[in-house]
Design a protein around this ligand. Structure first.
Ligand code: DOR
Ligand code: ZN
Length: 357
């Protein structure tokens, strides 16, 4: 067996999660699974509907509601980049401890209808973020357009010049290319300075285009791509050195939004077993020969799961430890709450158990 049967590691930080509206049925269902997954810190995405989180007051209110669901998690809050976010809002956000501002290209994903068409009108806002050290979190896709030859398969690649343009214009701005999915994105981020990093999800280390084309629970944005792309992500994890860290993009949707009459909602729900999914993906990658078994060291896991993300955001390192044990848990068939049902990734499969030490 390629990996050990058990790992003792610092508590993890998941730097990209969707917890949905709080109070709310999905938030009540998924927020308690953060700590049971071995995670003590999460970066919370602001793409709520019918209204995204666009003010400091809304972000703080949202944080308070999440704390009512689990007061022991450190919630790093974010704002949704929108015309109501001004340089003054950025300065207020910095004082209030808001960790980042998420930019959604309009039309690229769930609840992006209030998102960015161009970064030009946000010049002063981006300058203020650069000055204050507020992170810009990028959903790195351009919207699909048959006129421009853009589909979900090349939407991320087409976004990379936008990323490079932002870096050239705001060289000190801290940027996270969220949930990168392609070899091109890994290469682009690797070539940029240390203020530019990327998150990698658990499911993109496992899935390919064939998987989501056959299963709505595997469909997300950006969508999973080719074997070469997946191999690049796996190699980015084991050679990260701080450039790539865990951001699961765990995105719970009620089963009716996944399987209803309309288009399926984008999002893979991975919160309850985030770390186990990564270990399984690494093990499968070793079996395929995508990575060497010697490359998965405890330092690699410690950095990717826990330390690199905290270091980037300036969050203190974890004080508690967790133990992950092979075969110690089974993924639920579904999680049911008040009038909602969410199907997790790899439902019904055996996975790694988590204990807090
Ligand atoms: O698959 C996704 N789901 N990608 C996103 O960018 C948003 C997320 C969601 O909010 O469901
Ligand atoms: Zn997301």
């Amino acid at each position: 067996m390629a990996l050990k049967d058990s790992y003792t590691l610092p508590a993890a930080a998941d730097m990209h999660v969707h917890l949905r509206n709080a109070p709310g049925a999905i938030a009540s269902l998924v927020t308690p699974t953060i700590r049971s997954a071995g995670v003590d810190t999460v970066f919370v995405m602001p793409n709520l509907a019918p209204r995204p989180v666009v003010s400091v007051a809304e972000a703080l209110e949202y944080k308070k509601a999440l704390q009512q669901l689990d007061g022991q998690v450190n919630y790093l809050m974010s704002l949704y980049l929108h015309e109501s976010v001004t340089p003054d809002v950025i300065r207020e956000a910095k004082k209030a401890g808001i960790a980042g501002v998420k930019a959604y290209p309009r039309g690229a994903t769930t609840n992006s209808q209030w998102g960015v068409v161009s970064f030009e009108p946000f010049h002063e806002v981006l300058q203020a973020m650069e000055e204050e050290g507020v992170v810009l979190n990028l959903h790195g896709e351009v919207p699909s357009s048959s006129a421009d030859g853009v589909t979900v398969m090349n939407a991320e690649e087409r976004f990379l010049p936008v990323l490079q343009g932002l870096v050239a214009k705001y060289p000190r701005l801290k940027i996270v290319l969220e949930h990168c999915t392609s070899a091109d994105a890994v290469k682009a981020v690797t070539a940029l300075g240390e203020n530019v990093v990327a998150t990698i999800t658990a499911h993109h280390l496992s899935l390919l285009v064939d998987d989501w084309s056959a299963n709505v629970h595997h469909y997300c944005k950006p969508s999973a791509k080719s074997p070469e792309d997946r191999r690049a992500l796996l190699n980015a994890v084991v050679t990260s050195n701080g450039k790539f860290f865990l951001g699961t993009d765990s995105a719970p949707h009620d089963i009716t939004s996944k399987k209803g009459k309309g288009n399926t909602a984008a999002g893979v729900f991975t919160q309850p077993h985030a770390l186990g999914y990564v270990l399984t993906a690494l093990e499968e990658a070793i079996a395929r020969g995508d990575i060497a078994d010697s490359s998965v060291t405890e330092d690699v896991l410690k950095g990717f799961f826990s330390e690199y993300g905290r270091q980037f955001y300036g969050v203190p390192l974890a004080t508690k430890q967790i133990r992950l044990t092979r075969g110690g848990a089974r993924v639920e068939e579904s999680l049911k709450g008040e009038g909602v049902e969410v199907v997790p990734f790899r439902a019904g499969e055996e996975t790694w158990g988590v204990e807090w030490l």
